[in-house]
Design a protein around this ligand. Structure first.
Ligand SMILES: Cc1cc2nc3c(=O)[nH]c(=O)nc-3n(C[C@H](O)[C@H](O)[C@H](O)COP(=O)(O)OP(=O)(O)OC[C@H]3O[C@@H](n4cnc5c(N)ncnc54)[C@H](O)[C@@H]3O)c2cc1C
Length: 430
């Protein structure tokens, strides 16, 4: 194996899994440098949701999806069988550094219940539950392991430019040279990825828009379905209109809504605490619309998200309820609105698909009625997704630069980590 200097930008799920695969297989840690603009797991604060060791995955609700149809950006590169094997490796890493690995459990629902069939499809797939509360400890154990292997970390260090032609990454006052670069900046680095894509004119894949709301209601309304599938995925398709909707990332028992800040605008997501001290008996999930055929989907989404800001935050609407508190007992940063005028103005006719979805949920969960609220918007920015070589996720125009994780539209912990490992395997083979 030829030993090269590997620089990983982003200590998120993808970057950390890549480094782990390398050192597990004898690659010298001293040749691996991981640079992150956030903090190490001992210093990372709860409000640092997107940055630091394990990235957005480190403060997530720790649900590891285990199916190639979810966050589908894996099997397209490596095939179904290899995708499952890579996901196994990610899940094993989370177990390996977990203080109580026996508590990592897999829910694997099988039957689609009759009561939802007239209105929705239900996508059923296995999910491994790590637990938000344990991620902190997992992060520390994992970090200690990589440090013990000699991996070099540079914290609170932002990469601001990369010279792909001369293999140099720049911070504001220094630079680092690399032989191979793993670009793993996640969602918090999406602006930077876009800048590089523009600067180097990187060819990319056509993308859809993914936008909607974070829905929240008392859990008992959904219990019948939660008993079948903890992280249920309701979906429906309007083929002719190029629109499909799905419920996304369901949190139960101790379920909280989290604010995401991208490009200075607020959008919403959710997480669940495993420690039952935090139990609030709420359920939250995204209702996400995938819209095909919009020109410049990235700009379109950003524009809609911008229109949905009021007083510097996103919106909350409910016929009867108030927003829930955060797990620390604070307010979720949101502006309460009395009606959906702003929502309809920003989304146009697309708002109706979401309201129909909620209307039909009321039919299959009869106690729901007006006992719900929505945090507006929830958004998944899918751009940019540069074209990569399928065997090692390297740019088609720069073969030593590998894009992984959310920077390659992975959308999720297992797929992001798996992509990191996939690249590491190729580097080990070289
Ligand atoms: C609240 C919340 C809950 C979630 N829950 C789940 C869940 O339960 N299950 C699931 O599968 N997914 C979940 N996700 C999504 C999941 O966390 C991400 O898909 C995953 O973390 C992506 O991994 P990544 O390595 O690509 O990026 P990230 O984990 O986001 O890591 C990127 C890292 O890059 C660093 N970085 C960015 N730009 C730069 C730069 N210019 N210089 C230096 N460093 C930089 C950041 O500091 C960050 O640490 C959740 C996300 C959020 C926000």
């Amino acid at each position: 194996m030829e030993k090269k200097k590997i620089v990983i930008v982003g200590a998120g799920v993808a970057g950390v899994n890549a480094a782990t695969k390398l050192v597990d297989n004898g690659y010298p840690g001293e040749l691996i440098t991981i640079i992150d603009m956030g903090s190490d797991p001992y210093k990372r604060k709860p409000e640092e949701v997107m940055t630091g060791f394990l990235g957005a995955g480190g403060w997530s609700d720790g649900k590891l999806t285990y199916h190639t149809a979810i966050g589908g950006q894996l099997s397209k590169y490596c095939g179904e069988e290899k995708a499952m094997e890579l996901m196994d490796q990610v899940i094993n890493n989370f177990k390996r550094f977990h203080p109580k690995p026996e508590e990592v459990q897999c829910s694997n629902p099988e039957a689609e219940p009759d009561f939802i069939k007239p209105y929705f499809g239900l996508r059923l797939f296995p999910v491994w539950h790590v637990g938000t509360d344990y991620l902190h400890e997992i992060g520390k154990n994992w970090y200690d392991y990589l440090m013990s292997k000699g991996v070099i970390f540079k914290w609170e260090t932002k990469i601001e430019d990369i010279d792909f032609n001369n293999n140099i990454a720049y911070t504001h006052n220094t630079h680092i040279e690399y032989d191979e670069l793993i670009f793993a900046v996640g969602k918090s680095g999406i602006d930077f990825a876009q800048e590089l894509a523009n600067q180097y004119n990187l060819p990319d894949e056509p993308k859809s828009v993914q936008i909607g709301v974070r829905f929240e209601a008392p859990q008992h309304h959904f219990q019948k379905l939660i008993d079948i599938s903890y992280d249920f995925k309701l979906y429906r398709k309007y083929e002719d209109e190029g629109v499909s909707l799905r419920s996304f990332c369901t949190n139960n028992n101790a379920a909280y809504v989290a604010v995401e800040e991208t490009y200075g605008d607020h959008s919403y997501n959710g997480h669940a605490k495993k420690d039952m001290r935090y139990r609030n008996d709420m359920t939250n999930f995204g209702i996400l619309m995938e819209i095909q055929g919009i020109e410049n989907p990235f700009e379109w989404s950003r524009n809609v998200v911008k229109k949905l800001q009021k007083n510097g935050t996103g919106l909350y609407y409910s016929p009867t309820r108030k927003p829930s508190t955060t797990s620390e007992g604070g307010d979720v940063t949101v502006t309460i609105v009395d009606d959906l005028t702003d929502f309809y103005e920003a989304m146009g006719d697309y708002a109706k698909y979401i309201m129909d979805f909620i209307g039909d949920m009321k039919k299959i969960f009869p106690t729901l009625g007006s006992d719900w609220g929505i945090y507006i918007p929830e958004v998944k920015y899918l751009s940019p997704e540069p074209l990569v070589n399928y065997n090692n996720l390297s740019l088609t125009t720069y073969s030593n630069v590998h894009f992984v994780g959310d920077a390659l539209s992975a959308r999720g912990i297992t797929v992001s980590g798996a992509q990191g490992i996939y690249v590491a395997e190729d580097l080990l083979e070289k």
